[in-house]
Design a protein around this ligand. Structure first.
Ligand SMILES: CC(C)(COP(=O)(O)OP(=O)(O)OC[C@H]1O[C@@H](n2cnc3c(N)ncnc32)[C@H](O)[C@@H]1OP(=O)(O)O)[C@@H](O)C(=O)NCCC(=O)NCCS
Length: 336
């Protein structure tokens, strides 16, 4: 077995990328075959798009000419620079031969040489197996410790419009003076800095278990790159924001959906600025955004979302909207 760093030529090679993607797909869907998984187009768009705020390294574990394991390490560049995020997958027939351990050792070598001291990874497991699942045992065997559980939830679509109207009406009296606006494919230039500042605070305020996060730095250039990345993935974002009378962005909620016909909607962040909580702006932005995507497409089947189990405020909004728990994303950390 031989672990190779994928260079630019390898990443530009569709056949090689397809083989790598198929390994991750088989590995990650084993035992959870019904779960949504991103398409090859979405995967290519994500890994081939530049992001000035984060670089990544991709590796393939080869057995002869066959890819049997896949590893990615992401290195934040503008904030949280002591951290690196790791994702790895070993193809099903090749498990329990030390390939996962060897891939993680390579990740650690690379992280160390870039002065990273905190490695973060996660794995998706059924509720009944949490703390006992083989993938968690693997993480522990490699020196990682559990940090927090995030819960993945699904909302079945379509949601009747009168239910959405009910949430909008319940929230409205609490947020008089704020306006709620929705933008498809990115916000206008005058709102970009405010939105980026707000979104950067999410990881500081949301519960993150045993690991603390610094504010994320997103500037207008990075925002434009992210929007280009979304487009090359064949997705479009619906961004609903709450604005003060002087058009400060104080709350936001993002949904991403496919432009290629995939019926699954991805809930990205929802965040209310600390000084503007208590006005039902979380529920209002989420409900308005949901109505916007449902008005655009009548074939959508579900929204998928993920939050820390201890994020009571967000979880209570999701429960009110009818999201149901599906599985656990167990988050692990290793300090080098
Ligand atoms: C988790 C995963 C990467 C492990 O890959 P692997 O090549 O089978 O792992 P290794 O052979 O290097 O295992 C190293 C040690 O981890 C532990 N381990 C690995 N898989 C395990 C399992 N299913 N049950 C119990 N312990 C396990 C064992 O202690 C093992 O050592 P041993 O085989 O000598 O007993 C693989 O199962 C996978 O791709 N899962 C789906 C993706 C995923 O969850 N990735 C994130 C993991 S944090």
């Amino acid at each position: 077995m031989d672990i190779r760093l994928l260079d630019d030529a390898a990443i530009a090679d569709d056949a090689l990328m397809r083989e790598w993607y198929d390994v991750t797909r088989r590995a990650e869907l084993l035992g959870r075959e019904h779960m949504p998984f991103w398409s090859f187009r979405e995967f290519l768009g994500a890994f081939r798009s530049p992001d000035s705020g984060e670089r990544h390294e991709m590796y393939a574990a080869y057995d002869g000419d066959v890819i049997v394991g896949a590893l990615v390490i992401w290195f934040p560049l503008a904030d949280n620079t002591e951290k690196a995020y790791v994702n790895l997958a070993v193809d099903v027939p090749y498990r329990r031969r030390g390939i996962g351990r060897a891939l993680l050792a390579r990740a650690e070598e690379s992280a160390r040489s870039d002065n990273r001291s905190v490695l973060l990874t996660s794995t998706q497991v059924p509720f009944e197996e949490r703390r006992e699942h083989g993938h968690e045992r693997f993480a522990e065997a490699c020196g990682y410790t559990w940090s927090i559980d995030e819960i993945l939830r699904h909302l079945t679509l379509p949601v009747p419009d009168d239910a959405i109207q009910g949430w909008i009406d319940a929230a409205a009296p609490k947020h008089e003076g704020y306006t709620i606006e929705t933008f498809v494919g990115g916000v206008p230039a005058d709102l970009v800095d405010g939105l980026c500042l707000l979104v950067g605070q999410l990881a500081v305020d949301a519960p993150t278990g045993a690991v603390d996060f610094e504010e994320e730095v997103i500037d207008a250039q990075r925002y434009a790159e992210m929007m280009d990345g979304v487009k090359s993935m064949g997705r479009v974002t619906y961004e609903t924001v709450a604005l003060t009378p002087d058009r400060q962005v104080v709350a936001q909620s993002t949904l991403a959906l496919s432009t290629e016909g995939d019926p699954v909607v991805f809930q990205w962040g929802t965040f209310v600025h600390r000084e503007h909580r208590g006005h039902s702006l979380g529920l209002a932005t989420k409900a308005v955004n949901l109505r916007a995507v449902q008005s655009a497409r009548d074939d959508l089947t579900l929204v998928t979302t993920q939050n820390a189990e201890t994020n009571d405020y967000m979880v209570s909004i999701n429960e009110r909207m009818g999201f149901t728990p599906i599985e656990v994303s167990a988050e692990f950390v290793k300090r080098l």
